[in-house]
Design a protein around this ligand. Structure first.
Ligand SMILES: *[C@@H]1O[C@H](CO)[C@@H](O)[C@H](O)[C@H]1NC(C)=O
Ligand SMILES: *[C@@H]1O[C@H](CO)[C@@H](O)[C@H](O)[C@H]1NC(C)=O
Ligand SMILES: *[C@@H]1O[C@H](CO)[C@@H](O)[C@H](O)[C@H]1NC(C)=O
Ligand SMILES: *[C@@H]1O[C@H](CO)[C@@H](O)[C@H](O)[C@H]1NC(C)=O
Ligand SMILES: *[C@@H]1O[C@H](CO)[C@@H](O)[C@H](O)[C@H]1NC(C)=O
Ligand SMILES: *[C@@H]1O[C@H](CO)[C@@H](O)[C@H](O)[C@H]1NC(C)=O
Ligand SMILES: *[C@@H]1O[C@H](CO)[C@@H](O)[C@H](O)[C@H]1NC(C)=O
Length: 870
């Protein structure tokens, strides 16, 4: 099933690619084709790419890697950098191996909410649900549980978390894989996930760097080049790069580049982005991979800083053609690619393998992403593949179903609760409506990569999905609790429903989106056709229920913002719950809240507008079938609530909003100055020493085909037929600005994430939260920074920079929440100095603490005092 769809998808891809007769395997022309990019956006060259291994935390791992890489042949080195080809192994991607050193083919597998395309795994709530919990510990715990599952199946490299897209475009297809439309929320979500995943020995991959803010036209093909995300330097640093910087600071082992261009240069070979920003300024020590089929050139991409090609195929998949593999071997032998670069590429891959302990007792893959049978093809993409046991059905779920339920429950966001209709009594008469309360009649995993919207929406579609091991639907869970519930699992309001005066109608509705390679009900990933409306005429279903019943509860499963103006103010629509994308425990988590076993404590990870026209035009989807799309981020820093505040537009619900069954009082705000600020951080330390190697070109015999080698046709190897014939040859057209002379240390760098002084705690703010209601519950304190007014740096009025959540507070109980604010949290990116600047050295800074960006309870002024603002 998976296989057929994939092959069809692939054939269509092939069809577009084969139609060109000119396949230039090592073209630099991709670097130069910038004709249409607006004049003020350019991606300057940045060469050479900085070597890894100069950060103390990585010293030991790099020393181990150095010892091994020093002994490697050219074939072994090339093997580790290049995928063996699409469908050439059990995982969505795998590298070649270096068996002499115990390094197996490294297995790379999706996705951000759990293991994709396998069995006996947990389908956790999606990133957007995790963001809505505003709970750092749950973010970490989910990462750790996922790490255990990936390790248990033998996955070396987990392809998550996703923080790009950031959520700039409300209709964009993959926003739900990340944590919400705010850089700090994304950053905390990513950092905690990475720490959790990597604590189990699995390497995490933060993706997609950067500007992949819509699905359509994201990929370069022969008829059209991928769109160019044109992002100015300040916006890049303060919004889109922010979560990546925190991911690097958290020690992430891998970064995946985006499909799209940035400022007219393809992300997978953009030297400014990879070498200048990621590896030099952010001090990234791991390896950089392409997104699948985003590899566009050979020598040029390696020079630009790319370390791993995934899944290894060149412009025509499944033919054995590649930009690297044997071509990379040639480019070393002919001298075009300095061996120093290849040594760094391999060291950057082997160092994380040691750092996370994969040299000791790490399982080999025991599943296949391509079949659910025990036996199958070892290389499904090969014409003649050996068969063998491919699935061992290892159960990696542990007791993670409990965590999945807790996260789903803690994410549920109560937006409206007139007359305290919720929680429901267990003996009340309930009428439940909507297919979103039920299951997919064809089976819970019947649509490839969740590419359909049938039954309760547990996740979006695409590579970020996972098989459900089971599904508890809202119908199942309500039926298990209530003896007085009647179910109408249909999207048309039934004619013959009786509505008693005390009956409560619960209407389940949803809004879906996903990845571009699948179109669902006319939506090619992005919500082109659905707009921000509910799917399946959800608005009508709610209105019909509201006409008939005087007590209506609406439960929304959604990938992101929807418009709800048609029904939100109807008097009988008393309660609205956003249940986001809950995964396998959809039903139990929602009944935990509906029947009052727990108070809701989720908060919106994005703004809900009154109308789509409330957003700036520049964040609309761009649909343009010819020429390169220029997606210019002209709204700058003003996305989501930052825009609504600037434009003075009242949204339907503010970013961060969420009610409870109890009430909280925020009192006794207090502030401490910890580290006095200067305008700019103290000068960074120079880089430490990176490992080095002799750089003589190795003998061609190192990449000759081994004797009696059992070659799989179309599999990607490092070997060449006549390598000894290849001699160093001048004339390679190096890109403009190419140099082998290391650049001076960037001022804003100095350690993983950047200058470590950026994380000096400048202030702490604390607040006492008291449960003043009648039920137990948890509150979230959100801290928004207001920078001193400075016309030189137009800045959003309020920016979330910290948050904390209380434990469960019984009525009358209180807890003091303490939030740390770093130097970076109060800085802007100075594009001239290329450094972070605290305007006015912090004078005039304000810290607002509240329950949403629209509900601020207290304010502290730096150097002055705090007061309640309610
Ligand atoms: C994009 O263009 C802007 C404006 O020219 C420039 O400041 C910035 O450094 C560029 N970013 C990248 C990644 O090329
Ligand atoms: C390169 O990797 C392949 C597996 O992809 C393996 O068969 C081969 O032995 C490796 N080559 C060397 C020199 O280790
Ligand atoms: C499969 O998983 C088990 C348990 O995680 C592990 O011991 C084994 O090494 C894995 N690989 C194979 C090929 O069985
Ligand atoms: C060296 O080999 C690479 C890989 O085949 C090729 O792209 C490059 O153009 C070659 N260099 C020269 C100077 O011919
Ligand atoms: C439901 O149960 C509560 C308490 O157990 C009781 O007071 C109430 O009358 C019951 N309501 C109905 C409709 O049976
Ligand atoms: C039904 O409810 C009971 C009691 O609350 C619980 O123990 C059981 O696990 C539930 N069953 C399902 C399928 O959720
Ligand atoms: C909440 O705090 C405010 C300010 O300290 C106080 O005036 C008010 O009485 C408190 N409310 C409750 C219900 O405790």
């Amino acid at each position: 099933m998976f296989f057929t769809i994939r092959v069809i998808a692939l054939l269509s891809l092939l069809a577009t690619r084969v139609s060109t007769s000119v396949v230039e395997p090592f073209g630099v022309e991709h670097l130069e084709n910038r004709a249409d990019v607006p004049d003020n956006f350019r991606s300057p060259p940045y060469y050479p790419t900085p070597k890894g291994g100069w950060v103390p935390a990585w010293e030991e791992a790099y020393a181990k890697a150095h010892a091994v890489v020093s002994k490697m042949t050219l074939a072994e080195k090339v093997n580790l950098t290049t995928g063996t080809g699409f469908l050439m192994g059990p995982c969505v991607g795998q590298t070649g191996s270096a068996p002499r050193f115990g390094i197996p083919r490294l297995c790379l597998q999706d996705g951000p909410l759990g293991l994709r395309n396998t069995d006996h795994n947990t389908a956790f709530p999606a990133g957007i649900s995790v963001g809505a919990t505003f709970d750092k510990k749950l973010m970490y715990d989910r990462g750790r549980a996922m790490g255990e599952e990936f390790r248990g199946k033998g996955v070396n490299i987990h392809l998550g978390p996703s923080v790009g897209p950031l959520g700039r475009k409300p209709r964009a297809g993959r926003n739900w894989e990340g944590f919400g439309s705010d850089p700090s929320l994304q950053a905390v979500g990513a950092a905690e996930t990475i720490k959790g995943v990597q604590s189990t020995g699995v390497i995490a991959t933060v993706k997609h760097l950067v500007g992949n803010e819509q699905e359509m036209y994201r990929m370069t093909n022969v008829v059209q080049r991928a769109y160019s995300a044109n992002i100015d330097d300040r916006t890049l640093h303060e919004l889109y790069l922010w979560p990546f910087a925190e991911a690097v600071k958290a020690g992430v082992g891998a970064v995946m580049m985006a499909y799209n261009d940035v400022n007219g240069s393809a992300s997978s070979q953009n030297s400014k982005l990879i070498s200048g920003i990621l590896k030099d300024e952010l001090g990234f020590q791991g390896f950089v991979m392409t997104d699948w089929y985003a590899h566009l050139s050979g020598v040029a991409s390696a020079l630009a800083g790319l370390d791993m090609s995934m899944p290894g195929d060149g412009s025509i998949p499944l033919t054995g053609s590649t930009y690297w593999g044997g071509e990379l071997s040639s480019s070393i032998l002919n001298g075009s690619l300095p061996l120093e670069r290849l040594n760094d590429m391999v060291t950057r891959i082997v160092a994380p393998w040691f750092k996370f302990g994969q040299d000791k007792d790490f399982p080999l893959p025991n599943f296949s992403a391509y079949t659910q049978n025990a036996e199958g093809l070892l290389y499904p993409g090969a014409l003649f593949s050996p068969r063998g046991i491919v699935n061992r059905f290892v159960n990696v779920q542990g007791d993670h179903h409990k965590l999945a339920r807790v996260i789903a429950r803690e994410s549920i966001t109560l937006l409206k609760n007139d007359d305290d209709l919720l929680p429901l009594g267990r003996n009340w008469t309930l009428k439940v409506f909507g297919t979103d309360a039920g299951t997919n009649p064809k089976g819970i995993n019947s649509c490839t990569d969740k590419g359909c919207n049938k039954g309760v929406l547990t996740m979006g579609w695409g590579s970020g999905s996972a098989n459900l091991p089971y599904l508890v639907t809202p119908e199942d869970a309500i039926r298990n609790i209530s003896k007085n519930a009647e179910f109408h699992i249909t999207d048309r309001f039934p004619r013959n429903v009786e509505a008693g005066p005390d009956d409560v109608a619960i209407v389940f509705v949803n809004a879906d989106s996903g990845e571009n390679y699948i179109s669902v009900e006319g939506n090619p990933g992005d919500r082109t056709k659905a707009e921000l409306k509910l799917w399946h005429d959800g608005d009508e279903l709610i209105e019909a229920a509201a006409n008939k019943f005087s007590n209506v509860v609406v439960v929304v499963h959604t990938v992101g913002p929807i418009t709800m103006e048609r029904w939100i103010n109807l008097p009988s629509v008393k309660s609205v719950l956003f249940a986001h994308l809950p995964g396998q425990e959809a039903g139990n988590s929602v009944t935990d809240i509906l029947f009052g076993d727990f108070s809701p404590c989720g908060h919106l990870p994005y703004t809900i507008p009154k109308a789509e026209s409330d957003y700036p035009d520049s964040v609309s989807l761009i649909n343009q079938p010819f020429g390169q799309i220029q997606d210019t981020f002209s709204e700058g820093l003003f996305v989501d609530y930052r825009h609504f505040q600037k434009a003075n537009i009242t949204p339907r619900y503010h970013f961060g909003y969420g009610l409870s069954y109890t009430t909280f009082n925020f009192t006794e705000p207090a502030m401490n100055t910890v580290t006095p600020l200067s305008e700019y951080p103290p000068t960074r330390k120079p880089k430490g020493k990176a490992p080095s190697y002799p750089n003589d070109i190795p003998p061609g015999s190192e990449v000759a085909w081994p004797k009696n080698f059992n070659r799989i046709w179309r599999y990607i190897y490092p070997y060449l037929d006549d390598p000894s014939a290849i001699k160093p040859k001048p004339g390679y057209p190096y890109p403009d600005g190419y140099s082998t002379e290391p650049k001076p240390d960037p001022r804003a760098g100095g350690a993983e994430g950047g200058n470590p002084a950026l994380w000096d705690v400048a202030f702490t703010v604390s607040i006492k939260v008291t449960n003043t209601g009648k039920k137990a519950g948890r509150a979230v304190a959100q801290l928004y920074v207001e920078l001193p007014t400075d016309s030189a740096y137009p800045t959003p009025k309020l920016q979330l920079r910290q948050f904390e959540k209380t434990a469960t507070l019984e009525p009358g109980q209180s807890e003091v929440l303490k939030m740390e604010i770093t130097r970076k949290d109060v800085s802007i990116w100075d594009t001239v100095k290329q450094d972070w600047k605290a305007p006015g050295a912090g004078k005039g800074l304000k810290f607002w603490v509240g329950e949403s960006v629209g509900d601020l309870k207290a304010v502290c002024e730096a150097g002055e005092s705090c007061k309640l603002s309610g």
